[in-house]
Write a protein that binds this ligand. Structure first.
Ligand SMILES: Cc1ncc(COP(=O)(O)O)c(C=O)c1O
Length: 292
């Protein structure tokens, strides 16, 4: 870990530079329109966990909004790996974003000659063990977002409003729903457990197909836990035996209370705990004997 006072390195247009040397233009389309996409990649013991899956999703998001990334997949892997090394990051995350570049403000795409802007930085933090092991409270809110939630877009106003509303109600996460059908959290995917079966919204345009969601579903299959990728209602949510959220930073976090109603016995449930241990095994498999 770098000491206090040492300037953090960041990626700016393919180069690793000091953070203080980066200047965002006032007409960057990411800044003015939220016209860009991003990824958050978890780093354990200096290793990019599910790095390929995140980078693949970055390219997929880019293609869905017709944004060009002028680096190959391998160049991206090399750049991000170099950044982690330069910053001596052990445990934390990499944030990487690509915007449609700098151009006089106009809703139309800028000319093809305008370069997209790629930036990335790292953040050091340890696993949120307290919430992972004890669980969190959630609040249900209406999902007011657009209809391309599968794109990891910089436009996060709906998510921001949802998260703030949950926070102001003393909750950790918001559970969003469209006319009573649960979609996902403000920054996570949501799953319920009913009679031993894991149920979560299908990966379509209404949710982000979370990487942790995908790892979790794979571990269910390998460990003979039944899964059902199908929409479920707010009533199903409130009656579930267990609820949990998945995300890169929260991993698999139990939700033990929703809108003031205790879920199950108010403690993380047995299937959630099993899935947490399988997830930790995955981390160890990819990142070595990370001390959990
Ligand atoms: C809206 C939304 N859904 C789901 C997720 C979980 O995705 P992942 O597991 O890839 O972190 C996130 C993560 O930030 C998110 O913002």
């Amino acid at each position: 870990m770098r000491g206090v006072g040492i300037v953090m390195k960041v990626i700016w247009q393919g180069n690793i530079v000091d953070r203080m040397d980066v200047h965002v233009d006032i007409e960057d389309r990411g800044y003015q329109f939220g016209d860009g996409i991003y990824e958050v990649i978890r780093v354990y013991k200096g290793c990019l966990f599910t790095g390929k899956e995140h980078i693949n999703r970055l390219y997929e998001s880019a293609s869905k909004v017709r944004l060009h990334i002028p680096y190959s997949f391998q160049q991206m892997v090399d750049m991000l790996t170099r950044l982690v090394k330069e910053n001596e990051l052990q445990n934390g995350s990499i944030y990487v974003q690509v915007t449609r570049g700098v151009s006089p403000r106009n809703h139309l795409f800028p000319p093809a000659t305008v370069e997209t802007i790629l930036s990335a930085y790292t953040k050091e933090f340890s696993r949120p063990v307290e919430t992972i092991y004890n669980g969190v409270k959630a609040k249900t809110v209406e999902d007011i977002r657009w209809l391309k939630c599968d794109v990891k877009s910089l436009n996060l106003l709906g998510n921001v409003l949802a998260k703030q509303s949950a926070y102001e109600a003393g909750c950790f996460e918001a559970i969003q729903h469209r006319i009573g059908m649960v979609t996902e959290g403000s920054a996570s995917n949501i799953a319920i457990v009913v009679d031993g079966k894991v149920k979560t919204h299908p990966a379509n345009h209404l949710i982000l197909n979370g990487i942790v969601r995908q790892v979790m579903l794979q571990t269910c299959v390998s460990n003979h836990i039944q899964v059902d990728e199908a929409p479920f209602t707010l009533e199903d949510l409130m009656r579930a035996d267990e609820i949990f959220m998945t995300s890169t930073t929260s991993e698999i976090t139990p939700i033990v209370e929703v809108d003031g109603t205790i879920i199950g016995n108010g403690m993380p449930g047995p299937i959630t705990k099993k899935l947490q241990s399988y997830y930790e095994e995955e981390i160890k498999k990819q990142c070595g004997s990370y001390c959990l």
